[in-house]
Design a protein around this ligand. Structure first.
Ligand code: AHR
Length: 496
């Protein structure tokens, strides 16, 4: 009989914690081929589309139950002037995308295009406002344009542009990376600017807006400290946090064909998300012991060198089993911190960084990360179970990270979902789980490759796809399974 190397005990938490569906959010910036020649091909394209947006992408994202989509940036947001993107397309001025490749865009994808797309997807829009190079009035006008049902200059303009009813956009980001591309501000200066913007944001729709302050970069705890100290908590709903799994900003390494050293270093960065949430959370607790102000990790994912031959400013990269590991582990971390993290946005949805969808002409492929998001979607709105895990370390060059990660939730019908990742590139993991109650049956799926570099390509779009996982042994409340090397598993259990 094999002895379990990893053991997990699931238990109901003392207080019920819901895993917000918004943890499974996405991000679409005007960057490279994310919007233009990605989502948006234009009404006249021969690629099947709805109002210019590719139907295959719409279908793929709907299957993820995509809960929200962040737009128009990123760094681009702080250069974007929304008024240039509404009205007849032929009259719209151009904009030079100075952050990403210096390309000239024709503004043909604007506010109506984005908000109508969100309606089609059934996703909440999350608009990132221009604070860096904009003015307060520009944001007030945008809110009035998208949300005001009464008579006003902006609602009149919206109606003239073909939209009678407001969209009622709830989620608003007040700038992006204010410490960097959003204005290189100090936290003290940004906190004041934030207060000024937030003062004028309410009152344009029946519902209160959900206001998200531009938060820290990775482990900049001082940024969080100053914002929590200087922004009144009734003026802010959440602080953002950005953290990318990047080995070294000056030498990121390739997206495919990487070494085990690269693999380990990337996952070490991804695992850091756990301590970032704990430590930023501790700073927030100091000023807000009731945990009113939440965390929104609105940019996360792996960041590598661009694909050889592609525009360096377009951030186009392939997506391998390594990315599936980042996604599986990070989503487990978010689920386990669902009392603090209420929203997250993978960077980015299409053709940029850790994308779920890649396109080439009329072809579209789903990446390993897509499949993880699809496998994990059953956690959305579930009640979190506490997972106590004992697992060995995956070690390399004297560094270590836990080899297995887990999260668990129960849906409203009593179905238990457990998701697991085994990060080890070559070792399987004998695992036992005490499910906390007896279950009569389970279903399972696994995503694995023949190597950590495995990925889908336009020639082989189905190389990495989830397969049925039937080899676990269920005995009442005990489950025993062998988790394949470098794999992600989802298990669902039917109550007795
Ligand atoms: O996601 C790419 C870029 O990364 C975003 O524009 C910016 O916010 C971050 O630095």
């Amino acid at each position: 009989m094999s002895v379990a190397q990893t053991s997990i005990v699931l238990a109901e938490p003392a207080k019920q914690i819901k895993i917000s569906k918004h943890i499974y959010g996405h991000f679409a910036e005007h960057l490279g081929r994310c919007i233009y020649d990605g989502f948006y091909v234009g009404e006249k394209s021969t690629i099947p589309n709805t109002a210019g947006v590719r139907n295959d992408i719409i279908e793929a994202l709907k299957k993820l139950n995509i809960p929200n989509l962040r737009w128009p940036g990123g760094c681009f947001a702080d250069t974007y002037h929304w008024k240039d993107g509404v009205g007849p397309k032929e009259n719209r001025p151009t904009i030079v995308n100075t952050w990403w490749g210096g390309v000239t865009e024709d503004n043909s994808f604007g506010t109506h295009d984005f908000l109508n797309l969100c309606e089609i997807l059934g996703a909440e829009p999350y608009l990132s406002a221009n604070v860096g190079s904009g003015v307060v009035q520009e944001l007030i006008d945008w809110i009035q344009y998208t949300n005001f049902g009464g008579e006003s200059p902006m609602s009149k303009w919206r109606r003239e542009n073909g939209r009678a009813q407001p969209w009622n956009v709830k989620y608003w980001g007040v700038g992006n990376e204010a410490w960097g591309c959003g204005g290189h501000m100090t936290p003290e200066f940004y906190a004041n600017i934030y207060r000024q913007y937030a003062t004028y944001m309410n009152g344009w729709s029946g519902m209160p807006l959900y206001k998200i302050a531009s938060g820290a970069s990775s482990n900049d705890y001082n940024w969080t400290e100053v914002l929590m100290k200087n922004i009144p908590h009734n003026m802010v709903d959440a602080l953002a946090l950005h953290h990318y799994s990047v080995i070294d900003w000056s030498d990121k390494g390739p997206a495919t064909g990487f070494s085990e050293k690269h693999y380990f270093a990337t996952l070490e960065q991804a695992w850091m998300m756990d301590s970032l949430i704990i430590k930023h959370g501790a700073v927030m607790d100091k000023y807000d012991p009731k945990n009113k102000v939440k965390l929104v990790v609105d940019e996360w994912g792996g960041w590598y060198d661009v694909e050889p031959g592609s525009n360096p400013g377009f951030l186009y990269q392939q997506n391998t089993i390594r990315d599936a590991m980042i996604a599986g582990m990070t989503l487990n971390i978010f689920n386990n911190h669902a009392d603090r993290v209420v929203m997250a946005n993978l960077a980015q949805a299409v053709n940029v960084l850790q994308a779920v969808v890649l396109t080439e002409g009329e072809k579209m492929i789903l990446t390993p990360t897509y499949h993880v998001m699809e496998m994990y979607k059953v956690h959305q709105e579930g009640n979190l179970l506490r997972s106590k895990i004992t697992t060995p370390d995956y070690q390399l060059d004297g560094k270590k990270i836990p080899v297995v990660s887990v999260s668990a939730s129960k849906d409203s019908t009593g179905i238990l979902t457990v998701t697991l990742t085994n990060l080890h590139p070559s070792k399987t993991q004998e695992t036992s789980i005490d499910l906390g109650a007896a279950y009569k049956a389970y279903t399972g799926r696994v995503l694995a490759g023949s190597s950590i570099q495995d990925h889908n390509s336009f020639e082989q779009p189905q190389r990495v796809i989830p397969k049925l996982f039937k080899s676990a042994k269920l005995n009442g409340r005990e489950l025993k399974l062998t988790i394949p090397a470098a794999s992600v598993i989802v298990l669902q259990f039917e109550a007795k």
